[in-house]
Design a protein around this ligand. Structure first.
Ligand code: CO
Ligand code: CO
Length: 368
């Protein structure tokens, strides 16, 4: 079996050439972790990895980070260290000169790179041009290998076991904040650090998909949306279930059944060659046909992996055919102001035949 990191490097280089990108420069974060295996903290201290289309990758980073980076790096890297008395620009200039980047085309991360790094590169390499490398790297990251999928399966298992334990503790009078804290405690007890702000929205609050956990106490008849995920080896899970406290109203029950059917339709439609737009449409059509189309006010899902939100997006306009190994969520919802909200979210992976749901927590309405 080939080493995943050097495989990623050769896949990145294969994508760089046709795009006319001579070098990719990444800052600490998900892309650096993915490409080089390096867990460097993004701080005010400049750290930059350069991956040239040919030749050895190079890295500028603080001296205090260098030993750790050297031991983590999954392929040979030339290090250009700097300390606090020197500042980063000498090391950066030497690195950029050795790579011969003046006048070249560099791929950089438009949403992650700061003015600090960009100005530094531009000053060190006169005439360098920059393009956005984010789509190039995202394309690679979308398709997960065996190791990445194994990490995601563990992240799913932990969050689901914790969800089961938290649901069993729901009581009338408990608040949203309390239930979120209980769920997070159950995640941590199983070794999973929450990967985003665990969200609990109850009763009429659940009709706002951006509600932040409050002190509303649960009442009989509430639907309670619970949305959470955990990290495992750098990969995340993301699940939502909607739980009833006592019998819900007839309308709330009907909405639940509709969202459940939409979730199933999205999962059924997911297969190789399907596009994000088609999967979104499959889920959305169920809700529209049921008369609640105007209340499904967000995309059907998002890619999932090293980040909680990453490509592909399951939404109109997403027209790239999906390939086996691609992981994303399917999370249709209906939100009726003053009444209730329902969302059911699963994490799926495209397989050679269709799609497999990594999440398997009960989807039929649980009434506690
Ligand atoms: Co979620
Ligand atoms: Co999600």
């Amino acid at each position: 079996m080939s080493d995943p990191a050097s495989d990623r490097l050769s896949r990145l280089r294969a994508a760089m050439r046709p795009a006319g990108v001579d070098v990719v420069a990444v800052v600490p974060g998900a892309n650096m972790r993915y490409l080089a295996g390096l867990e460097i903290h993004l701080s005010e201290r400049l750290a930059l990895a350069f991956i040239p289309a040919e030749g050895q990758p190079a890295m500028v980073l603080p001296t205090l980070e260098t030993p750790r980076a050297r031991s983590q790096a999954r392929f040979p890297i030339s290090f250009y260290s700097w300390d606090d008395t020197q500042g980063p620009f000498g090391a950066l200039s030497r690195c950029v000169a050795d790579l011969g980047l003046a006048g070249k085309q560099a791929g950089v991360e438009y949403t992650a790179m700061r003015v600090l790094e960009l100005r530094g590169i531009e000053q060190a390499a006169p005439g360098i041009r920059t393009v956005d490398a984010t789509p190039l790297i995202a394309e690679l990251r979308m398709v997960k290998d065996h190791e990445e999928l194994a990490a995601m399966r563990r992240a799913v298992r932990v969050v689901e076991e914790a969800l089961g334990a938290a649901v069993a503790q729901i009581r009338a009078g408990m608040t949203e904040r309390e239930l979120a804290a209980i769920w997070e405690r159950e995640m941590r007890a199983r070794g999973g650090e929450p990967s985003f702000g665990t969200n609990v929205a109850s009763g009429p609050n659940a009709a706002n998909p951006h509600h932040s956990n409050g002190d509303r106490a649960f009442q009989a008849g509430d639907l309670i949306i619970m949305d959470g995920g955990v990290w495992n080896d750098g990969y995340t899970s993301d699940i939502t279930r909607t739980i009833a406290l006592g019998q819900p109203s007839e309308q709330a029950r009907a909405i639940y059944d509709l969202v459940q059917a939409a979730n199933a339709a999205g999962r059924m439609y997911a297969r190789p060659e399907a596009t994000g737009e088609e999967i979104d449409h499959a889920a959305r059509k169920v809700i529209a046909d049921g008369g609640y189309g105007q209340y499904f006010i967000h995309r059907t899902g998002h890619g999932l992996g090293l980040e909680v939100h990453e490509p592909p997006y399951i939404v109109a306009g997403s027209q790239e055919p999906l390939t086996p190994g691609t992981t994303f969520t399917i999370e249709p919802g209906v939100y009726v102001e003053g009444v209730c909200g329902v969302r059911i979210e699963d994490d799926v992976v495209i397989t050679t035949e269709g799609a497999e749901s990594l999440t398997s927590f009960e989807r039929d309405l649980i009434i506690v």
